[in-house]
Design a protein around this ligand. Sequence first.
Ligand code: ZN
Length: 61
Amino acid sequence: MKNDYKLNTIVEMKKQHPCGSKNFEIIRLGADIKIKCVQCGRIIMLPRIEFNKKIKKIVTY
Ligand SMILES: [Zn+2]
């Protein structure tokens, strides 16, 4: 998996959010990555290493 994500990229995670969606939008990039659930709007912050393990694929750039 490449590491060059951009802001507003929609990504699919391996594990779905409690609301049932697997798609998240990247809203902050740094040592930590913030993603927002596209369905319910909840924001999750993950260390980049953890994010790289949990991402399944990039949906859109
Ligand atoms: Zn959600």
